[in-house]
Ligand binder design. Structure first.
Ligand SMILES: Cc1ncc(COP(=O)(O)O)c(C=O)c1O
Length: 404
């Protein structure tokens, strides 16, 4: 008789966004005349930039001619893209990352979920609270997180690092030493950024304690302030303790195109074993490469035209962030984020819980956001809005919230 991986049975409830989707569907069915504005899921709304479309068309044409047709892509990514990334995202910023330390994939969600596979089940993870749920759930599926305690909303074998208004939504070094530390900056969901000095402390801590940092830089393109690192490799010593995850979804609108990458420096070792070689083995065995067409589109992100067009796209979303932050502040809300990230994190009014505020906004303003408690216990009493809507919808949504 076969057995299932019963770690899956330990996972609580349904995925946050399924619950939101269900609530919105039910409300829409009951109120078909209401027009709902969605500022909940972190999906983009602007079309792909012209430089990317041109690259896609060209690559499609190449696939239609026998001289230029391509089959399986190299498992770890085409050289042209890995070189463009090494130059554009690292060398240009003074970070020492070689093309062969970059593993191209179909996005950061898969990589952030899969990376735990190369680590022992005995490792203890530390996560920010609130947190992007994928880090915790994938460790739970692997059997690394102990049991889920309904009352506290926490796993028994996970170190939670609360990110609250009191600490400026910045995690503090945990009292208990973790083996694997997940950090995401600029942060989803709080929109908080980390300074280079603060990140350096984490790098020093990880090197000192023999921990590995899994650093998710999916929102790096939204950094607007000086002193905020675009990559963990800006910190001294990060090559011996950090893995970095990147996505093309938010800087270039690839949520539906799918492209990302993971960086593992060759010096990152456990005893004599390099994590680079383990991940190369894993990637080569389980992954057959991101599509050629998509990798050519990714290359265009680093072209002169691509960079200029994408800077405009980021500015478009950040204008929305400003509309949200200013509008909510004027309406009396306590708001953070929205400066180095496309996420705005607001305190729910009075004693309202995150889900009560969700229902209130849905019913009274027909605006959908994301309840903070869905990201972890310290998210209770908070609410996330995204700047990824259209400008017109963002202005209308904030107008409706202000009119409540
Ligand atoms: C922190 C973080 N990492 C990774 C991802 C997923 O990125 P991708 O679209 O590349 O899978 C998201 C998506 O919302 C995210 O918020």
């Amino acid at each position: 008789m076969f057995k299932i991986n019963d770690n899956y049975l330990k996972l609580p409830g349904s995925y946050l966004f399924s619950t939101i989707g269900k609530k919105v569907r039910e409300y829409s069915q009951a109120n078909p005349e209401k027009e709902i504005i969605r500022l909940g899921i972190g999906d983009v709304t602007q079309p792909l930039a012209p430089a990317i479309i041109t690259a896609l068309h060209k690559a499609v044409d190449e696939m239609g001619a026998s001289e230029t047709f391509r089959g399986y892509a190299p498992d770890l990514g085409y050289e042209f893209l890995r070189e463009a990334i090494a130059e554009g995202d690292y060398r240009a910023r003074g970070c020492e990352i070689a093309a062969d330390e970059i593993f191209v994939s179909d996005g950061a969600k898969c990589d952030s979920g899969n990376i735990q596979e190369i680590f022992s089940l005995d490792n203890k993870i530390a996560v920010c609270d609130p947190v992007y749920p994928v880090y915790v759930d994938t460790n739970a599926m692997a059997g690394r997180t102990g049991v889920y305690e309904e009352a506290s909303g926490k796993w028994s074998n996970v170190i939670y690092m609360p990110c609250t208004a009191e600490n400026g939504f910045a995690p503090e070094l945990p009292k208990e030493t973790p083996d694997m530390i997940y950090l995401c900056f600029p942060n989803n969901p709080t929109g908080a950024a980390i300074t280079k000095d603060a990140l350096q402390e984490w790098v020093d801590y990880a090197n000192r304690e023999g921990a590995v940092i899994i650093y998710d830089a999916a929102y790096e393109a939204y950094i607007s302030e000086d002193g905020v690192p675009h990559s963990i490799y800006e910190c001294e010593g990060a090559r011996t303790c950090a893995i970095e995850l990147k996505s093309f979804s938010k800087n270039a609108g690839f949520t539906g195109v799918r492209l990302g990458y993971t960086v593992i420096p060759k010096e990152l070792k456990c005893g004599g074993t390099s994590l680079h070689s383990l991940w190369a083995r894993r990637h080569g065995t389980k992954y057959n490469g991101a599509p050629y067409i998509v990798q050519r589109a990714g290359e265009a992100v680093y072209s002169k035209e691509g960079k200029a067009q994408l800077a405009d796209q980021v500015a478009y979303y950040m204008k929305n962030a400003k509309v949200i932050c200013e509008g909510l502040r004027e309406a009396g809300y306590t708001v953070s984020g929205g400066v180095n990230a496309p996420y705005i994190w607001l305190k729910t009014p009075g004693t309202m819980t995150s889900w009560e505020f969700f229902d209130y906004l849905l019913e009274k303003a027909n605006v959908v956001g994301t309840p903070g408690s869905g990201f972890g216990p310290s998210g209770e009493g908070y609410f996330r809005l995204t700047a990824f809507g259209t400008y017109e919808n963002t202005v209308r949504a904030i107008g409706r919230i202000r009119a409540l």
